[in-house]
Design a protein around this ligand. Sequence first.
Ligand code: ZN
Length: 189
Amino acid sequence: MHKRKLIDERFWTKVDKNGPRMRPELTPCWLWTGAKTRAKKGRHGMLYSERIEKPNTKSGYSDITLPAHRVSWEIHYGPIPEETQVLHKCDNGLCVNPEHLELGNQKKNMQDCIARGRGNKSRAPRKRVKRTDAIWMQQNKPHYTCEQLASMFSISLTTVDNIVNKRGSYVRLEERAKEAITPPSPTAV
Ligand SMILES: [Zn+2]
C-alpha cells in the first residue's frame, strides 16, 4: 500500500507545466523534472514510493519506484485496471499531462501488432536486433505500443511482433542471456 497523500504531494513538486507542444492540436506537455529511467530509449519519469529492506544486497535496501505518468493517471482519473498500459498521445515519455495520457490494453495492443503492420505501407528495413534491445523490449512492453517500439528501434512492426510475442529467434532470450539486463534504476537529475 503506497502512502497515497505523500505521493500526490511529491508528484506536484516535480512537474513543469511549460513543456513543449508536440503537436498543434495538443496542449503543452507537462515535463517530469524528477528521477527518470536510465534507458536511453523510451525514458519515462519515476517517483519514489517506498524503501524496502533487501538483506542480500550491498546497501541492504531497495527503492520502489512508480512510473510518473501512471501516477499522474491515478491522481487525475483513479486506479488503472490490471494489464492496462498508460500511453502517451504526445509520444513524449517524460510527459505527465493527464490530457495526453490514454489507456491501452497491453495484450490486445501487442497481439494487434501484425494486423496493424499489414496496413502500414512504409516498411522499415530488415535489420538485426541486438539481443539486449530485444530483451529490453520484452521487459518494457507494458509501457509502449508496438508502433512506439518500432520507431524507437527503427524496426518493422512485424519484427516488434516477433520480439514481444517471443516468436522465432526471440524465444527464451532472457534465459539464454545469463547476463540479464538490470532493471532501470533511478538517476539523479
Ligand atoms: Zn505530452
